[in-house]
Design a protein around this ligand. Structure first.
Ligand SMILES: Nc1ncnc2c1ncn2[C@@H]1O[C@H](COP(=O)(O)OP(=O)(O)OP(=O)(O)O)[C@@H](O)[C@H]1O
Ligand SMILES: [Mg+2]
Length: 303
């Protein structure tokens, strides 16, 4: 009887202890959950569009007028940035790391609110376009393309069921990603795990190009990857990019200066300011910062 009693006692206490143990986990969960909810509900940092924003982007002209921007409201990141990208033109942004290239894109995409100046799309304030319209018409290719859990095809159509298989294939073909995808064991149905591990950075780039072109954006925004890609993939990527840019206004951040020599306008940034502007030939003739950068890259190639 004593033995049974002790055993029962154990049976009674063990579940209670484990309940108490788990209770603290549960509490942690509740607290974290409420913080996540509070963050998601917070509208203060989100850029606001005008309540009657309903314009559509037609030509794809982009203009920055004396734009100044800071992430925290204190440290100025962009100072008095002005430039115009006419419809169909390519504007390239170059400059040392941390000079504000990605920040210009963040402002243009309305990921962050800028403090002063004006950003005009087709000569109208960017705030008069809805976020949905901007997202639809601005095709963004990021420095590090992100692949989501799913298949290659679902990553191209980005879960938009209105996009047919045929369109997915056409987009892949357009950016010359079709050969690479068809070489995969299950082609377009190949599995992709979170972040796309198992795919090389070149493959991820090509898939993200196809993803961008499938929605046929008016404006193309490229943040070039610094990652090293083999020469063959690099060639494919360059031809794909050239096709992507045709007929679209393009804002391109470039690290390899060889890729932007045909740009209509090159902006050289330093500490958030445009210090030089012009075409490749004009900037080379000036023998300024851009000239030095080209010399530096050329000598690096020779090593
Ligand atoms: N989310 C952020 N919050 C606060 N500061 C930021 C944020 N992103 C960038 N910065 C700061 O803004 C400055 C410009 O950064 P940005 O990312 O625009 O540089 P970049 O020219 O794109 O550089 P890279 O060539 O390395 O991509 C840097 O000093 C950076 O520390
Ligand atoms: Mg950047």
């Amino acid at each position: 009887m004593v033995y049974a009693f002790v055993t029962y006692l154990d049976n009674l206490y063990n579940p209670m202890t484990s309940m108490m143990d788990n209770l603290s986990d549960f509490q942690d969960g509740i607290v974290s959950g409420s913080r996540v909810m509070a963050l998601m509900a917070d509208e203060t940092a989100a850029p606001q569009q005008s309540p009657v924003a309903g314009r559509t982007v037609t030509a794809g002209k982009i203009e920055f007028q004396h734009v100044s921007f800071s992430y925290d409201g204190e440290t100025p990141i962009l100072k008095d940035v002005s430039f115009v990208a006419k419809p169909g033109q390519t504007v390239a942004l170059v400059g040392e790391t941390g000079s504000g290239k990605t920040s210009i894109i963040n402002v243009l995409m309305r990921f962050y609110e800028f403090q002063s100046g004006r950003v005009l799309i087709d000569d109208q304030d960017i705030r008069t376009y809805s976020m949905a319209e901007l997202r639809r018409k601005f095709g963004l290719v990021l420095q590090e393309p992100f692949l989501f859990y799913g298949t290659v095809a679902s990553n191209i159509r980005m879960f938009d069921q209105k996009i047919s298989d045929r369109q997915v294939r056409a987009a892949a073909k357009f950016v010359s990603a079709d050969k690479m995808i068809e070489a995969l064991p299950r082609g377009y149905d190949s599995r992709v795990v979170e972040r796309g591990s198992g795919y090389s950075s070149g493959q991820r780039q090509l898939i993200s190009f196809a993803r961008t072109v499938v929605t046929d954006p008016k404006v193309l925004i490229l943040d070039e990857a610094t990652a090293n890609i083999d020469t063959e993939t690099e060639q494919t990527i360059q031809t794909s990019l050239a096709k992507l840019q045709a007929g679209r206004t393009t804002i391109a951040v470039a690290h390899r200066l060889s890729t932007i020599q045909n740009a209509d306008l090159i902006l050289v940034l330093s500490r958030g300011q445009i210090i030089e502007r012009g075409t490749n030939d004009e900037l080379m003739a000036q023998r300024g910062t851009y000239y030095d950068m080209i010399q530096l890259q050329n000598s690096a190639h020779l090593d």
